[in-house]
Design a protein around this ligand. Sequence first.
Ligand SMILES: O=C(O)CCC(=O)C(=O)O
Ligand SMILES: [Fe+2]
Length: 238
Amino acid sequence: MAPRMKQTQPQPKTEATTKTRAPNWPPLTPVIPAAHLSMETVLAGQIVIIRNLFTSALCRNYVSFLSTLPLTTTPGKPKRGEAVRVNDRFQVDDPAFANRLWEASGLKYLVEMNEDETTFDGKVLGLNPNIRVYRYRPGQFFDRHYDESNKLQFGEGKVPAKTTWTLLIYLTTCEGGETAFYPEALKKGGRPPNPIVVPLETGMALLHKHGDDCLFHEGKEVRSGEKWVLRSDLVVAR
Ligand SMILES: O=C(O)CCC(=O)C(=O)O
Ligand SMILES: [Fe+2]
């Protein structure tokens, strides 16, 4: 088994003085009515996609807005046991935007339509307010790792909760940059199944299970163009 390289999430800072201010996100329009969207299973119990969660007009608008944010290049040097991650990123704790993204994009509708309590490992409450924006330019990538589940107190009621599935929304396409998953062999010493490589599609969302059952995965190197991603997670009650 591959070493368990963690994707440690930089936690939102608690000091009011050092907190990143919530950006003035553009409206989440136009979007396709949720009833016209669907969840497609890529790997049962592990990976699903939703095509056109963001329309191409919305993606264009978001990329031009996100380009104005103060992105910082990660790493330098990862801490011991952390995945090498070379991209430009912005991170903010923004519960209001997370809720807007959850409701206005149609995600809430789709998750609730497709969910019994086992699908996403609990009763889904919404999206992790820890919103991350990634930009990968040619040569940049996110090395193989596992995503961890994080505990949080969710919403105004501070409901004990945890993250269970990673949400990636691809805002552009480019050459390279696919998210690739590496399932393990079913038997020790057995041949591992083929990797699952998900090509980028503008406006497509990908959800994958994280925590203890997370598949080893990576964001492959971008060869040309720019890859832009919005990242959050599904949050369930603990
Ligand atoms: O950018 C990607 O394709 C993968 C990102 C990722 O693995 C993560 O955010 O944990
Ligand atoms: Fe990841």
